[in-house]
Design a protein around this ligand. Structure first.
Ligand SMILES: *Cc1c(COP(=O)(O)O)cnc(C)c1O
Length: 362
């Protein structure tokens, strides 16, 4: 029989699978550890879990047998109130991930270019390729900043979209305002991914009103702890939002996610307290990690810390921590040689992580 992938599109055939994260219950089974012993610090999720108010609201939901509203009328109002903008400027999706995909589908003709600055969130490249675009990736400076001078030297012919991430994942630094202003002044759409806005408290949302080419992305996956329910949103000019609404799948955001996010937004103090606690733990963990001679720690405005490992293999540290139930991300790419990234967990989780790390490096 002929292989079935002869029917696959060229872009699908050429695509590398998106680096999968193994679910904690499967890791526990594979390592023969009790599931409660797994400390998940590899995907920047909320370590406190789903809030009791959210669980209660989900239990009380009465409309799970009815399709969600394709126009997202209520959903857009609720998010607009939080983001302090007009509902016409909001589009929700199944995670910020879906909105990145919709942006590419809306904007890109085959072969058109998308600019981004690496190292950054690797999903951008995946989605651009799947939409038959071409990702042109420029290298960040040693401190992971973007040089304005180098940005200005980029040839933007055939570039439709520029993707900027603030704070950047995996480095944790904020986007420089002059770099954003430069790209906004050019004939391109600029997407600013603010998935970690609640941790940095720095946003470029106020520029949307004056710039119809700006698209700001946010998510309920990180600070609000709804990663498993899949909901994120974009804030953009009304004209751009109309384009998104025209092509988005009609029922992508599910009714349970809507119930959950509305409850989150009605309990903002709860999350503000968690952010304060996680920020305190982050700064303490940065100080603790900085005491390791074998680590080079990157400052962070987010809920994760990127460290370069010296005189030891990051892959090995990753694996040995995993065998103790402590999950972190590690990178060994051209631009991130021998790095680990640890998400901020609860104080006891971080203490276990540091204790295990001390057994491996000094
Ligand atoms: C986690 C993350 C996302 C994805 O968010 P979802 O809403 O869960 O799809 C987007 N961008 C960055 C930079 C992220 O780290």
């Amino acid at each position: 029989m002929k292989p079935i992938d002869r029917f696959f599109s060229q872009s699908a055939k050429e695509m590398k699978p998106y680096s999968p994260i193994e679910p904690p219950d499967q890791i526990a089974r594979r390592l023969n550890l009790p599931e409660e012993q797994i400390i998940k610090l590899d995907a920047n999720e909320n370590p406190f879990g789903t809030a009791p108010e959210v669980l209660q609201a989900l239990k009380n939901g009465r409309y799970y047998h009815i399709y969600p509203d394709p126009a997202q009328v209520h959903l857009r109002e609720v998010i607009a109130q939080y983001a302090d903008c007009s509902p016409d400027m909001v589009v929700a999706g199944t995670g910020a991930d879906e909105l990145i995909d919709i942006a590419c589908r809306l904007l890109l003709e085959s072969g058109e270019k998308v600019v981004s600055f690496a190292p950054t969130f690797s999903y951008y490249g995946h989605v651009v390729a799947l939409n038959r675009g071409q990702l042109v990736s420029y290298t960040r400076e040693d401190d992971f900043s973007i040089s304005l001078e180098k940005a200005k030297a980029i040839d933007l012919t055939d570039v439709k979209l520029v993707i900027l991430c603030s704070p950047n994942n995996p480095s944790g630094n904020l986007l420089e305002e002059p770099v954003l202003d430069y790209f906004l002044s050019q004939d391109v759409v600029v997407m600013v991914d603010e998935a970690y806005y609640e941790f940095s408290q720095v946003s470029y949302l106020d520029k949307v009103k004056a710039n119809s080419n700006l698209l700001v992305l946010r998510t309920f996956s990180k600070c609000f702890g709804l990663a498993g329910l899949r909901v994120g949103y974009g804030i953009m000019s009304e004209e751009l939002a109309k384009g998104f609404m025209r092509i988005k799948p009609p029922f992508s955001v599910n009714v349970a996610a809507e119930v959950a996010l509305e409850t989150c937004l009605n309990n903002l103090t709860h999350y503000q307290e968690q952010v304060a606690e996680l920020t305190r733990i982050r700064d303490w963990a940065i100080a603790e990690l900085s005491r390791f001679k074998q680590l080079q720690v990157t400052p962070s405005r987010s809920n994760f810390i990127l460290c370069r490992v010296l005189d030891a293999a990051a892959a090995d540290i990753h694996e040995k921590l995993q065998s103790k139930g402590v999950l972190v991300r590690y990178f060994d790419t051209d631009l991130l040689q021998n790095y680990i990234r640890v998400s901020i967990g609860t104080q006891p989780q971080m203490e276990i992580f540091l204790e295990q790390l001390r057994l491996l490096i000094r």
